[in-house]
Design a protein around this ligand. Sequence first.
Ligand code: CAA
Length: 258
Amino acid sequence: MSSSTLLVEKNGAVAVVTFNNPKALNALTVDTFEALEQMLSDLAEDQDVRVVILTGAGDKAFIAGGDIGFLATLDVAGARRFALLAQKVIDQIEAFPKPVIAAINGYALGGGCELSMACDMRVAADTARFGQPEVKLGIIPGFAGTQRLARLVGKAKAKEMIFTGEMISAADAERIGLVNRVVPADLLMEETQALAATMTDKSASAIALSKEAIDHGVEMDFARAARYEADLFGLSFATPDAQEGIAAFLEKRSPQFK
Ligand code: CAA
């Protein structure tokens, strides 16, 4: 499944996908997005995989943004096309039917920060730095960063990061709610794998339905969203996992989800 820009390693029920262009701090190209689109489709179908972790090669960067050398070649239509391709694949991360965790091992800048925000959770090394430095290049975030950042940390903090282009530390990213937790850099993969392991033994169908309820519901008004949740709650009763999970509780045993 690996490609020239992405490596994938499966370890039991967890797949680790590594952005692999450390010489350019894993900057994102059209090739990366095309490879990621295919890889996500394959991993979505792979019944053995329950959780996906995204990380960057090397100890310096998760992803330092879109490839600035490539951006330099773009005209108006080309820039829009690149943004739409990136958004399509980044939306695929958000809609992925299993949990996706970003293990952020260094710089998460521009498109890298934007891609991480589509993941369900972000675990950051204490050495990681976050930023939307596009204004320094005279451009704006184009991979839906203006939207996801504002939704995650609120408009004021999003505007501060986007208008100044300054980087923030992992500790500050945790304080404003941009990351779930910060861990020592040398324990990043261990801690992220441990977080993943707390999900692999749960009901995959219940996790997928919860993810859909949260991601779609949060964009609706409350009453519609609560109704949507009730619909999905009802649907969860049609799954074998609901029969097994409830029976296991009543029989005082551990559930065996398939
Ligand atoms: N695109 C292409 N190459 C990049 C890159 C990027 N986004 N970021 C870093 N690189 C390359 C550098 O050019 C350099 O290559 P060479 O060795 O061939 O010169 C290599 O990676 C290492 O980088 P530095 O020497 O600059 O490393 P540093 O430690 O001195 O600085 C850094 C690290 C602060 C992250 C700095 O590299 C930097 O500021 N990078 C650009 C960050 C940025 O502006 N990202 C936003 C891009 S725009 C975007 O993402 C648009 C969008 O989403 C729509």
